[in-house]
Design a protein around this ligand. Structure first.
Ligand code: C5P
Length: 232
């Protein structure tokens, strides 16, 4: 499995993201495009960044009836993204339909991963708002197993859950982990964080890093530091 650092390009406009990517003269970082940029700029932003030679994780977290998700995934397949995602709470039939929609005629497809419980959801809100009365880590592992049963490649999870996900679903089941901070860096609004070196240690496959790179004085140096710590 290819270990890599994915840069969360949480910018509001095409100009901001292109100005940021222009700083990279030698490397072509794996880029995460989220809802904000995609809704602002549309599919053209994916084509343009792809044309510059970057791999793309399109983080749109689909969740709808199976038929709608299948058709939407077919659109993303034609956009030629490298990784995309959905909510495991959409259930197994939705995840299976998504895979069908995403698979190209030659059998290849982008990596498809599932969001289990959002890290913004606490055990309390899961109980009060969703009426799920199980411990949150049990729910996360159950959703990861459902994703695996559906044929998905892995999950987005907290770095603290990555080890357990691998134990439950196997080492080849991919863990993509945000919440990464340098040891001497600012945590911002992330609460449970790990350094790139710790994420490597616990076996995370891809780390998603936003502000420690995008808001750094020297983003290229911060990216290189991340790659060195995580991949070595
Ligand atoms: O700037 P920062 O490194 O905190 O960015 C992390 C990225 O990962 C953001 O795009 C955020 O939306 C995303 N993310 C996260 N926690 C999750 C899922 C996604 O921080 N559980």
């Amino acid at each position: 499995m290819g270990k890599d650092v994915i840069v969360a390009c949480d910018f509001a406009t095409k100009k901001q993201v292109m100005d940021f990517l222009d700083k990279f003269k030698e490397e072509k970082p794996f880029v995460k495009i989220g809802m904000e940029l995609f809704y602002a700029e549309g599919p053209e932003i994916v084509r343009e960044i792809k044309k510059r030679g970057h791999k793309i994780f399109l983080d749109l977290k689909l969740h709808d009836i199976p038929n709608t998700v299948k058709k939407s995934m077919s659109v993303l397949k034609n956009l030629d993204v490298d990784m995309t995602n959905l909510h495991a709470s959409g259930t197994i039939p939705m995840m299976q339909a998504a895979l069908e929609g995403l698979t190209r005629e030659d059998g290849t497809r982008p990596i498809l991963i599932a969001v289990t419980q959002l890290t913004s959801t606490s055990e309390e809100t899961m109980k009060s708002d969703l009426l799920i009365n199980e411990p949150i880590d049990k729910v996360v592992m159950h959703y990861a197993e459902n994703a695996k049963k559906s044929g998905l490649d892995g999950v987005v999870c907290s770095p603290l859950e990555a080890e357990k996900v691998h134990k439950t679903c196997g080492d080849s089941f991919i863990t993509v982990t945000p919440g990464v901070r340098f040891a001497d860096g600012d945590k911002g609004d992330q609460v449970r964080v790990m350094t790139p070196a710790q994420a490597k240690e616990i076996g995370s496959d891809y780390i998603v890093v936003g502000r420690p790179i995008t808001a750094a004085d020297d983003p290229v140096a911060a990216y290189r530091r991340c790659v060195n710590e995580f991949i070595g």
